[in-house]
Write a protein that binds this ligand. Structure first.
Ligand SMILES: NC(=O)C1=CN([C@@H]2O[C@H](COP(=O)(O)OP(=O)(O)OC[C@H]3O[C@@H](n4cnc5c(N)ncnc54)[C@H](O)[C@@H]3O)[C@@H](O)[C@H]2O)C=CC1
Ligand SMILES: CC(=O)N[C@@H]1[C@@H](OP(=O)(O)OP(=O)(O)OC[C@H]2O[C@@H](n3ccc(=O)[nH]c3=O)[C@H](O)[C@@H]2O)O[C@H](C(=O)O)[C@@H](O)[C@@H]1O
Length: 456
């Protein structure tokens, strides 16, 4: 099936709710998804599976040609490779590197391109604006544009909607715009998109929110929560990420009192969380990924208001790699070893377990700090190709070589709690100490220092 935009409008249609939903799942409203990355490709595949009429758009020709071949360039997502193969084979999912062309034929435009920070830690919306400009070239009366990319509150109402009107020549009331955040985690994208959590929708006007809620009601098996407007929906996404960053910062700050109090802080957190209104998160080596560390800046950059808790939490988490490094230095020193003479192995460079993603990963900072102190740093990861990691000041070590080389290391730092590390024989590190930043090392007879629990 090739996408041909029907005369029938999606926004401000005169059809009843159910009739609109039935037409949507029958493919009456061609869908264009802009951004076929870790989140965009699963989303496009789910829309294709539902409607049979989706064009995925990406500016990376390798991504487009892979999808055109029925292959998923996104790995580590259960069910995605099969769904991409199936939906491209039956024509439900097409891929193109022509955003404006895709926009001309679509009725529903879904934007899920990267929203990152620039070098001054201000939001970088260049990808979003490029996608919006391409959509504007093909926008028509009766279309609906949905932003799923996480954006600073106010962006959809004050930037996206006016830019679409200005560049398309349409009046604001002729098309709809909504913000419907992606609340999905890598490694479980299809499950999350299909309904692990309620889907939040917020429109720049009531009709945009109404239509978005009807469409997503067909996508998710969970409920659709109407936020009331686009800016509130943007705040929902950014606030839940900030909540997580602040909560992790609390756990990390509490972990620093382990030694002075001679207490097992992680045990105290575990017991404190036995009551329903306490949910202290887990201490760790720092907060990585291209989401949680960014979202506080999406808020602080939008307001002049002083936000000390949010900013301090960010700095607490950013200080954790240095805390881990100083713990390694101190533990080596306790054994009469100078860090400059030490061989140190980092277990895990991904920002969290099970994902092939190293953006803002704590391991890179720990490697940099230890290297600066003169240590010989090695790094290994069962999921990430360590040799491909940019700016990692560590020598790659193959996962299979860990145990045979273990005796040479003076310290081994468990940075990422990959499942593969559950079966490591830590006693093979007979001349070393273990620094466990994730509280997962068990049954080791050699000395272990656990962030949050202290020495054992
Ligand atoms: N990765 C995650 O765990 C989650 C990410 N998000 C949000 O989803 C958005 C996308 O993130 P990811 O999928 O992880 O990014 P990604 O980096 O994995 O993929 C982005 C894709 O968009 C393409 N792209 C860039 N500019 C484009 C344009 N102008 N037109 C079309 N395609 C373009 C890139 O070539 C790339 O293939 C971000 O706003 C992020 O905050 C939300 C929830 C979870
Ligand atoms: C509020 C929330 O849980 N957001 C999720 C988050 O997913 P993300 O892949 O960033 O993983 P994450 O579990 O938040 O971890 C982020 C970082 O924080 C660390 N981390 C996480 C939880 C914790 O208790 N302690 C801790 O140190 C992780 O190791 C990692 O380095 O961010 C995603 C996003 O918005 O991109 C979002 O869709 C996911 O649902």
């Amino acid at each position: 099936m090739t996408a041909v935009r029907p005369e029938r409008p999606l926004y401000a249609a005169d059809s009843a709710d159910r009739a609109l939903q039935e037409a949507f799942v029958e493919g009456a409203f061609p869908v264009a998804v802009y951004g076929l990355g870790k989140m965009g490709l699963p989303l496009a595949a789910v829309f294709a599976d539902l409607t049979g009429n989706v064009t995925g758009v990406d500016i990376d020709p390798d991504v487009v040609s892979a999808v055109q071949r029925g292959e998923s360039p996104v790995e580590g997502e259960p069910g995605l490779a099969e769904l991409v193969a199936e939906t491209t084979a039956d024509g439900s999912l097409r891929a193109t590197s022509d955003p404006a062309g895709a926009a001309a034929d679509a009725r529903l435009h879904v934007v899920i391109v990267p929203t990152l920070l620039d070098e001054t830690k201000d939001p970088d919306l260049s990808a979003l604006l490029a996608a919006v400009d391409a959509i504007a070239e093909g926008l028509s009366h009766g279309d609906l544009v949905v932003v799923e990319s996480t954006v600073p509150p106010g962006t959809t109402r004050d930037v996206v909607a006016p830019r679409l009107a200005e560049r398309s020549g349409l009046d604001p009331g002729e098309f709809g715009v909504a913000f419907c955040p992606e609340r999905t985690a890598s490694g479980r994208a299809l499950e999350d998109i299909r309904g692990a959590y309620p889907k939040v929708v917020g429109g720049v006007d009531a009709e945009s929110e109404r239509v978005a809620s009807l469409l997503y009601d067909e996508v998710t098996s969970n409920e659709v929560v109407r936020a009331g407007d686009a800016t509130t929906a943007e705040c929902v996404k950014v606030f839940e990420g900030i909540y997580r960053d602040v909560n992790i910062a609390l756990a990390n700050e509490l972990a620093r009192v382990v030694d002075p109090l001679d207490v097992d802080v992680s045990r105290a957190i575990e017991v404190a969380n036995t009551q329903p209104f306490c949910d202290i998160h887990d201490p760790g080596p720092g907060v990585g990924g291209h989401c949680i560390p960014l979202y506080p800046h999406f808020l602080t950059s939008q307001v002049e208001t002083d936000l000390p808790l949010i900013e301090t939490s960010r700095s607490v988490n950013d200080a954790m790699p240095a805390f881990v490094t100083s713990s390694v230095v101190q533990l080596l020193g306790d054994r009469g070893l100078d860090v400059a003479d030490a061989d140190v192995l980092l277990l895990g460079v991904a920002y969290r377990a099970g994902v092939d993603e190293t953006r803002k990963a704590p391991a890179s900072q720990i490697a940099r700090y230890l290297s600066k102190l003169g240590a010989s740093v090695y790094a290994t990861d069962p999921v990430v190709d360590v040799g491909d990691v940019q700016d990692l000041t560590a020598t790659p070590l193959a996962h299979d070589d860990i145990e045979s080389t273990a005796p040479r290391f003076d310290a081994v730092v468990l940075v990422t709690a990959h499942e593969a590390y559950d079966t490591i024989a830590y006693d093979a590190f007979e001349n070393g100490i273990v620094v466990d930043t994730r509280d997962v090392v068990e049954n080791a007879s050699i000395p272990v220092y656990t962030i949050g629990r202290g020495r054992s």
